[in-house]
Design a protein around this ligand. Structure first.
Ligand code: NAP
Length: 364
């Protein structure tokens, strides 16, 4: 049977920012045979003209024209129970939060801190999603990967995926070389709640996984806008990581600056705090803005244009750099008609002017 595909496809309901964009072609492969029918995507000059889309919750279509889209449709969940663990294999197109709920209902614990993260299971490994002290990699056993060049399925161990903070081999060496079809998790039966983050530390040490999940859902719902009501893509920027010397200078100037030492000695800062302190929490420009409750989330009040979000993000980046000399890098992926591009390479067609600096100049 021929693979399901469409021409001139609107992506407005396929991205959580609700930006108006369309692609000339979209493919929905759901089997190895269908993957093998995809056009040759390994050839050098076409490799950056397509984008693999999950549920579009970490994607910004920067232009009204998007590249060719591949949206994998591999579904299904299977559970293998062993003496000391559950091995759970999940199709890439399954919804992440539904999987978290399903596992907890089956008495399989571990993903509770990752409740309510938008997106698909297949997207989770790409940026190694994380929240409240737990990350995807903690429970990953292996990834099933379709390689475009050889047209074969391969198994990648957790080690081979090289997971790091919001990073993996899928954003590095294997970028655009194939796609994730299936994820296998390993959940040890010996389970312990991870209550290290603020907001969860109020729970009793013997809390159940379901209680932890309920608290994570309550915390997230109180701060994060529901994309169905107020379109957004979750955290827009990554938390910046700085070295010791730069941090010492910052802390001298801003003694209250939140900071989290990393295993390698570097120091993670909270991007949301930096944006808030730059005076931008709740800032609104035209039809886009910075969320009132959580400054790390950019929201779309009704713009059709990805460029409006870009202008806002560049403005935030300038303001934070001016105040703290720290460079904010987006976590959200930037997609042009030619494929993905870095944020720094994107031009700002309609820069937001800084009212304070205009006033400042006049006073001089
Ligand atoms: P928060 O409690 O206001 O803290 C702000 C930042 O500080 C977080 O991003 C977190 O970094 C870091 N942090 C807080 N406590 C920490 C600890 N004990 N050890 C190390 N780092 C710590 O955070 P929030 O914005 O409400 O988010 C809560 C959690 O949900 C965080 O883990 C956050 O990453 C996650 N989240 C992710 C997204 C997304 O789209 N990626 C959106 C919303 C929330 P980390 O980000 O490294 O955890």
């Amino acid at each position: 049977m021929a693979m399901h595909s469409n021409q001139n496809y609107s992506l407005k309901s396929s991205n959580s920012f609700n930006i108006k964009a369309s692609c000339s072609r979209i493919y929905f492969p759901s089997s190895l045979a269908e993957l093998q029918q995809l056009p040759d995507l390994s050839a050098g000059n076409t490799s950056d003209k397509f984008y693999i889309l999950g549920e579009g919750s970490n994607t910004l279509f920067v232009e009204s024209q998007a590249p060719i889209i591949i949206q994998p449709k591999f579904n299904g969940i299977s559970i293998l129970e062993q003496d000391d663990r559950f091995v759970v294999t999940v199709g890439a197109a399954e919804n992440w939060h539904d999987l978290v709920c399903f596992c907890l209902e089956q008495g399989i614990y571990g993903l509770e801190n990752l409740a309510l993260i938008p997106g698909s299971v297949g997207a989770a490994p790409v940026q190694n999603i994380g929240a409240y002290g737990v990350e995807f990699a903690d429970f990953c056993q292996e990834i099933q990967w379709y390689e475009f060049a050889s047209k074969t399925l391969q198994s990648l161990t957790k080690q081979a995926c090289r997971f790091a903070y919001r990073d993996s081999i899928f954003k590095q060496e294997r970028y655009n070389k194939g796609l994730i079809t299936q994820v296998t998790f390993n959940f040890p039966k010996a389970w312990q709640a991870n209550l290290s983050y603020a907001g969860l530390d109020i729970l009793a040490k013997d809390s159940t996984a379901k209680q932890v999940m309920a608290q994570v859902i309550a915390l997230r719902s109180s701060k994060l806008p529901d994309p169905k009501e107020l379109p957004n893509a979750g955290s827009f920027f990554k938390n910046p990581i700085v070295n010791d010397a730069d941090f010492a200078q910052l802390q001298q100037k801003y003694p209250k600056i939140p900071h989290y030492p990393q295993k390698n000695g570097e120091i993670k800062l909270a991007a949301g705090w930096l944006i808030d302190q730059a005076g931008l929490k709740g800032f609104r420009h035209g039809a886009v803005g910075v969320h009132q409750q959580q400054a790390l989330v950019l929201v779309n009040y009704g713009s059709d244009l990805g460029a409006d979000i870009i202008s806002l993000a560049k403005y935030i980046q300038r303001k934070v750099a001016a105040k703290f000399s720290v460079s904010l890098i987006p976590e959200v992926r930037m997609i042009t008609h030619k494929g993905e591009r870095s944020f720094s390479s994107l031009s700002d067609s309609n820069p937001i002017e800084d009212i304070n600096s205009i006033r400042g100049n006049r006073d001089d």
